[in-house]
Design a protein around this ligand. Structure first.
Ligand code: G6P
Length: 608
């Protein structure tokens, strides 16, 4: 959600903070702010809008600041405005940046107000600054006042705090929202993720829930919620891939779509043998642990949820194992199926999505035995909370609308399918066929990416419309949902996906000549039925664009047909998402929306 960066050093930290914010902007981008010290003075500069708007407000004079904290915001409490941007302050003394939600802020605010504290913002964060200040006014030092304030907070938070009268210290705290410490030579930093600090260090400590860090130039001392020294290892991470270079593309989303063949190759590299998956790719003991599994529960959000829905079909068809897929935000509201033989799979690009993470923690409490995460970010909270991890290896995804994360999740879920097929003694022949097709997938996607002209002309059909319908059946229905999600996320066109057979039960009423329909047409047993559904739309003058591996057939209607390469039916949906990603991208370009940072959204959603 919001992005935090802070630093303390002999060199000027202000440019590091601003560059860090730019790199974190994908987490939130409705306002930004920075507090930086020059000698005994702390300057506070905030701006509504982007980091660039903040940068434009920085003084032109040469600044030399050795300590500072900065923030890019995705509003939860209080509209995006300068007043509500962070750092939030108490009497120009305590400065706080925060990611998360302080759930008991109303109670705390009332108590503080009864002691005469005046509030200036609508944020939940402001209570933290005032609490610390009040404890200090009552005689505590900065460290103890902050620890006491933190003990009063309920909810999710990553915090970075500075005190005007403590030039040598930044305090960081983490509970359910990620925070890392970046270590340098005689300098230390703190940030929401390593992306922000990649230009300055490759040494990181990943804080855990309940921990508080006291960060000076020379060292960082982390304690647990009991006050004991935390045993956190410094990890060296190759931060070279954490680049924010567009590499000649116009947007990160475009770059990431075109990276998909390479990303899938990296997902399967070293994991796929000649005829099947290599043993041990999910970690030692996984195969033994899933031997008796009779039930699979998947939990995920957004695009990641859609990849789970595809695995559901694979599981039923190829494993005969019951699989259920829930949204992270809904999972806990249904009594979970209690069986000792359940495999719980979380799927997430960021590994930090609060709804998915809290579902995993909830599931673990019910005693589910095996937990696996399919995730793009090593060391993320989901990786650390799960028994087993398979990294998607897609490389950093910056565009808010997820693309390469999705196809790599599907490649990894396919590796899971193949592994479970082996563990559950399915025929080697079936495994070999899928293995070969998975290996060929990057090649097919590469070919699909080359047909940009047809996607551009489909975008021309869409960009002036206010609504669009996406249709699919079976395996292709989750892909239709993903297509609709992409279009609405970045072009703001209302888009809905329907199982094609449901059309006649309601949405057909919407069809007229102004309603574009995108239909996924498979080469499988559903072909005849979806052809009939397309006829139903055409008879009502709806414009249908079809996407599928078959050549031009009677399904072609006036919207045109997009022929994609043909592979095994179970993998063809992965190829068919690519045209929809690019159609949405080109539609957004025609509409002039902000492709990489669509309004109101954030890439990593760390609040429930
Ligand atoms: C946000 C992003 C989506 C993403 C979803 C789940 O809503 O904007 O693109 O699919 O979170 O994120 P995750 O990191 O868990 O895959």
């Amino acid at each position: 959600m919001c992005g935090i960066v802070g630093g303390i050093s002999d060199r000027n930290v202000l440019p590091i903070l601003i560059e860090g914010l730019k790199r974190l902007e994908y987490r939130g981008y409705d306002s930004a702010g920075v507090a930086f010290r020059e000698n005994s003075k702390i300057s506070l500069i905030k701006a509504k809008g982007r980091v660039l708007d903040l940068e434009n407000k920085l003084p032109e004079k040469k600044i030399k600041s050795n300590q500072g904290i900065a923030h890019t915001r995705w509003a939860t409490h209080g509209v995006p405005s300068e007043k509500n941007a962070h750092p939030q302050i108490s009497e120009n003394k305590i400065f706080v940046v925060h990611n998360g939600i302080i759930e008991n802020h109303m109670n705390l605010k009332e108590k503080l107000q009864s002691e005469g504290v005046k509030f200036r913002s609508d944020t939940d964060t402001e209570v933290v600054a005032h609490l610390i200040n009040l404890h200090m006014q009552k005689g505590m030092d900065f460290d103890s006042a902050t620890l006491k304030a933190i003990s009063q907070l309920k909810g999710a938070y990553a915090l970075a705090i500075i005190d005007k009268d403590n030039p040598d210290l930044i305090i960081g705290a983490r509970n359910q929202s990620p925070l890392v410490i970046g270590e340098g030579y005689d300098e230390n930093f703190v940030a929401s993720d390593i992306m922000a600090l990649a230009p300055v260090t490759n040494k990181f400590k990943f804080m855990e829930d309940g921990q508080v860090a006291f960060i000076t130039k020379e060292k960082n001392h982390v304690i647990t919620s009991n006050g004991n020294a935390a045993k956190l290892k410094t990890q060296e991470i190759d931060s070279n891939s954490y680049t924010n270079d567009l590499g000649g593309f116009n947007h990160f989303m475009e770059k990431e779509i075109f990276e998909q063949p390479d990303a899938i190759s990296k997902s399967i590299e070293g994991r796929l043998g000649k005829n099947e998956t290599q043993e041990g790719i999910f970690g030692s003991g996984f195969e033994e642990a899933v031997k008796d599994v009779t039930n699979i529960q998947i939990v995920a959000c957004g695009t990641s949820y859609h990849s789970g829905r595809i695995f559901e079909y694979w599981s039923h068809k190829f494993l005969g194992i019951n699989c259920r897929v829930d949204y992270g935000s809904e999972y806990q509201y249904q009594e979970p199926i209690k069986t000792k033989k359940t495999l719980l799979v979380t799927i997430s690009q960021s590994g930090e999505t609060a709804d998915t993470l809290s579902s995993l923690k909830f599931a673990k409490k019910t005693g589910l035995p095996v937990t696996l995460t399919i995730c793009n970010v090593a060391n993320s909270s989901l990786c650390r909370e799960s028994d087993y991890t398979l990294l998607t290896n897609a490389g950093p995804e910056i565009g808010v609308a997820s693309t390469k994360a999705f196809v790599t999740q599907l490649a990894c879920l396919n590796l899971l399918l193949l592994t479970l097929m082996r563990v559950h003694n399915q025929t080697p022949n079936a495994r070999k066929k899928i293995t070969d097709a998975l290996r060929d997938l990057p090649k097919h996607i590469d070919k699909t990416l080359k047909m940009t002209d047809v996607y551009k002309s489909t975008a021309k059909l869409l960009f002036k419309r206010s609504s669009a319908l996406f249709l699919g059946r079976g395996l292709y229905f989750p892909i239709a949902r993903e297509g609709a999600l992409k279009l609405k996320e970045i072009s703001y066109i209302h888009a809905e996906a329907y199982p094609a057979g449901e059309l006649k039960h309601g949405p057909l009423a919407l069809i007229d000549r102004d309603m574009p329909v995108i239909a996924l047409v498979p080469d499988n047993e559903h072909l005849d039925k979806i052809q009939s559904n397309i006829q139903e739309v055409a008879a009502r003058k709806g414009k249908v664009v079809t996407i599928g591996p078959l050549g031009k057939t009677k399904i072609t209607k006036d919207g045109g047909h997009i022929k994609i390469p043909k592979t095994l039916d179970l993998l063809n949906p992965i190829i068919s998402v690519v045209p929809m990603q690019l159609i949405s991208y080109y539609t957004a370009l025609l509409k002039g929306t902000d492709v990489d940072k669509p309004r109101n959204l954030a890439k990593s959603v760390t609040v429930e």
